[in-house]
Design a protein around this ligand. Structure first.
Ligand code: GLY
Length: 362
């Protein structure tokens, strides 16, 4: 594709911005991002874990994609810092994944160490008494998504000359003879020569792709000032809950996974479940002052894999459905999509995430 192609990215969340930045770095001149509301993006909701292993995906192309993206993070975040002068909060702190029941298959590898009950309690003070063992994933990491990387992505896009238009809602994608011809928006008709869909949980409202919202509720606490040192310096990812400590004493705790459509707000039921699970895993949390509650929508798909690459329309590329792993997968997604759009290069991994795979129809 020629560097003068005018690319319109629909969706100004992390995936849209990461792709826009990558396209600009590869010399594309005209890159526009249409964002309905940056604050709605799933990445603002997330806790910022880079849990390629912590999420429990044990094999297959999704694990390969997650590992690839995790490996890209140090360079990707350094590059963003070089462009903007701002820190992203990347921290290669590792993830400890405690369990309450011993699993059947336990094999220790160089990047996944099994710890028995005695070892895990020695390794991490303050775990719940009914933790019976767990995995240590030293290469998993985190990024400060809400307070740092969100701003850095916007600044980097601006610095590189991406035109980000906030407050633009795409109402309809108009198609003719296998091509997208224009977008109907709340500010009139917009045209480009290539389009990229990165609209997260709302994608199914614009195109017939099987992407739907899976709500997550989260909260944060702060370590009291009386503590001489932070009681947690790695992520804890227990059954149905994770506890993500930041280096300045904030601790982010998530998350529910609810099939309730776009139904907003924190709920007593959701918060009760979340608080109970977090306190069971790391009991001292019950004394820490609560800072904030919030919620948002993950872009889920039936097989929990993203939809990446070509679409039925020749000039529309898809980058949707990242479900629980949007922050982790941003750099790899940007790279794969930029390869595909700029050079028509289709990485073998991309074929596992195509829009018409069988598992999407079940
Ligand atoms: N990646 C964590 C979550 O989606 O809750």
């Amino acid at each position: 594709m020629s560097s003068s192609t005018d690319i319109l990215i629909i969706g100004g969340g992390w995936i849209g911005l990461a792709i826009a930045i990558e396209l600009k770095l590869r010399g594309m001149r005209e890159v526009r991002v249409l964002s309905r509301s940056f604050t709605e993006a799933a990445a603002h909701v997330a806790a910022g874990m880079l849990a390629a292993q912590g999420e429990g995906i044990r094999t297959g192309p999704m694990l390969d994609l997650c590992l690839r993206s995790r490996a890209m993070y140090p360079d990707w975040t350094s590059k963003l810092t070089a462009i903007t002068g701002e820190d992203t909060g990347y921290w290669s702190c590792g993830i400890l994944a405690p369990v309450y029941e011993i699993p059947d298959n336990i094999t220790t590898t160089s990047d996944a160490e099994w710890l028995d009950k005695k070892e895990i309690h020695q390794y991490q003070d303050g775990l719940g008494a009914d933790v019976v063992g767990g995995w240590w994933f030293p290469k998993d990491a985190q990024v400060d998504n809400r307070r740092a990387l969100a701003k850095v992505l916007q600044m980097a896009a601006q610095e590189l000359g991406v035109e980000v238009r906030e407050g633009i809602e795409v109402k309809e994608i108009q198609q003719q003879q296998g091509q997208v011809i224009s977008l109907q928006t709340n500010r009139g008709e917009l045209r480009g020569s290539h389009y990229i869909l990165a609209t997260g949980a709302w994608s199914g409202q614009l195109l017939s792709v099987p992407v739907y919202p899976k709500k997550g509720q989260l909260f944060s606490v702060r370590v009291p000032e009386s503590y001489q040192e932070l009681p947690l310096q790695r992520v804890l990812f227990g059954p149905n809950t994770y506890i993500v400590p930041r280096r300045d004493g904030l601790i982010v705790i998530g998350a529910t996974a609810e099939d309730v459509g776009f139904s907003p707000h924190n709920t007593p039921e959701g918060m009760q479940a979340l608080l109970g699970r977090a306190i069971r895993l790391f009991p001292v949390l019950k004394y820490f002052p609560i800072q904030e509650f919030w919620w948002g929508y993950r872009p889920a798909t039936p097989d929990e894999l993203p939809i990446l690459g070509p679409s039925p329309w020749q000039n529309l590329t898809l980058a949707v459905g990242h479900y629980r792993n949007g922050i982790l997968l941003a750099p790899a997604t940007a790279n794969l999509i930029a390869d595909f759009v700029c050079q028509q290069k289709s990485d073998p991994l991309l074929s596992h995430f195509r829009w018409n795979r069988v598992s999407l129809r079940s």
